[in-house]
Each structure stands twice: as C-alpha cells, then as structure tokens.
Design a protein around this ligand. Sequence first.
Ligand code: NAP
Length: 286
Amino acid sequence: MSRVAFLGLGAMGSRMAVRLMEAGHDLTVWNRSPERAAPLEEKGAKAAATPREAAGGAEFVIAMVRDDDASREVWEGADGALGSMGEGAIALEMSTVTAGRARAFASAAKAAGAVPIDAPVSGSRPQAEAGELVILAGGRQADVERAKPLLLAMGKSVEHAGPIGAGATAKLLVNAALGTQVAMMAELLSLGAKLGLEPEKTLDLLSATPWASPAAKTAGGLMVKRSFDPLFPVELVAKDLGYAAGASEEAKTPIIDAARALFEDAEANGLAAENMSAVVKRYEAG
Ligand code: NAP
C-alpha cells in the first residue's frame, strides 16, 4: 500500500479519499477550509496544514480542486505540494482544468523532480462514492501504468488519452457533450409543454428513441421529478463549458457556446449551487 497525499476534500475529493483509505492506503489530507478534513481524520487519515506539508514523503500526491486557479495554488503556490515532493513521486492532477493548465502543472512538476499525470474523472458524486469513476489519463504510458492500481481504487477504468493535457482535453469534450445534452433536454421538455405534451410524456417519448443518451435520460428524469439537489452543480458545468469553448482559437463551437450561455444565465440567477437539472427552471422564468 502507498503513502498518498490528497489535496481538496470537496464533494468529489472527500469521496475519492475515502475510497483510497478503504483500499488500505496511508492517507494525509489537506483542504483549504480545514474543517472538511475532520471526517477523514475520524476514519484514520492524517491532516496537514498546507499542501506542502501533506506532500512531504508521499509516493503519490493527488489534487481534486475546483479550477485552474485552485490547481495553480495547491501545486505551485507558496505552500504548494511541489515544494516538498520527493524525486520520482507521482503528481496527479485530477481536477477538471484546461489542457493549458495541465501542461503548465506538468512542467512545474517535472522541474521539481516529480512525475506528472493529468487524470480528470467522468462521473459524479454517486460514482465517486462507489469507486466507479471513469478516469481519463494524460501522461507517459509507463507512468500511467504505475499509477493505475491507485487510480482503480477510485475508478472502474483508466483510459489513457495520450500525452499530458490529453486527459484534460478528453474531459472537456465529455463535459461539453454532457452540458449540451442537458441543455437540450431542458429545452425539449419546455418546448413539448408549450405544444401540449406533459413533461413526463415528452421524456417517455424521447427515451424510446435512439436520440436519448443515458445521461440525457437521467437529467430529464431529474427535471421531471423536480429534483435539483446538487450532484454536478450548475456552476461547475458553466466552468467546464467555458473551458471547452475557449480551448481552441480555430475551432467553431456554436453549440457549446449556446449551452454555456444557458448555464451562465442559470448561475447568474440563483441556481449556481443547484444540480445541472435546474437549468430547466430558466425556461420557466417569465
Ligand atoms: P466542490 O465540492 O466545489 O469542491 C471544490 C474543492 O476545491 C474544495 O475542496 C475547495 O476548498 C477547493 N478549492 C476551491 N478553490 C480553491 C483554491 N483557490 N485553493 C485551494 N482549494 C480550492 O467541487 P467538486 O464537485 O468536488 O469538484 C472538484 C473538481 O472535480 C472540479 O474540477 C470539478 O469540475 C470536477 N468534477 C466534479 C464532478 C461533480 O459531479 N461534482 C464530476 C466530475 C468532475 P474549500 O472547501 O476550502 O472551498
């Protein structure tokens, strides 16, 4: 079993850290708001005061934080993990960040003697809790293989996407597909209602056709049931659609741009912390 430092104990990170503990790894945790470490400490993890302190002596250091800025802070900040990582230790950036940020993280990690992998995850809180995330890894094949046993304590598969940054790119494509489908489902339920179809009926009809993906059906079901408790909150979908829309100067992204505008509108209108299914409420607003 390995010595692991885990940075970022939000909705996803706290669940992933528990999986690692249950697999028998020796865990040191850190979170910007220290009170979030308490439940992990109760389960036997050590809590550190800074990312730098957490990373000292660890064979693997994992970050699962909000965005590019948070990633920069926990790895390269004044008390960042790269300040204390040992030669050859593996640095895993599992947050959803831009490919540019993943590459900058990797350069800084290499300069510090660490081995970088970007490994964002597909799946939400229930999959994190059950260890059923799909992990999209970027980095050298041999390094990804070295990290695989650890990653498989948190996920059901590890997909090697390519070199550093490819994991982040894959993740942004996946979330662009998710965000646009959720937006489309909200729009179709609303359009159907205006045309005289009950939302339940619209969902049943769409679900009977090849159009509806498992994710679209799940989101549609939550919209119909008026279930908006956060799983994947509106604000994080808006962030990821923004990252996807800005990922390439050459690429045309009118569909991603439209979904992004819808999610940003929802974010600006009090729905930031609600589940992504809550975008349907923007179609009901006057
Ligand atoms: P979350 O519950 O909002 O937690 C965010 C974490 O980031 C918290 O630990 C927070 O610390 C930390 N953080 C934010 N800004 C920071 C900063 N400047 N410096 C240091 N730490 C900072 O988010 P989450 O749902 O766990 O998501 C984590 C990552 O996974 C995100 O990149 C997200 O896009 C991605 N993701 C989420 C889902 C999902 O369904 N939720 C699914 C797949 C991937 P505090 O506790 O101090 O605020």
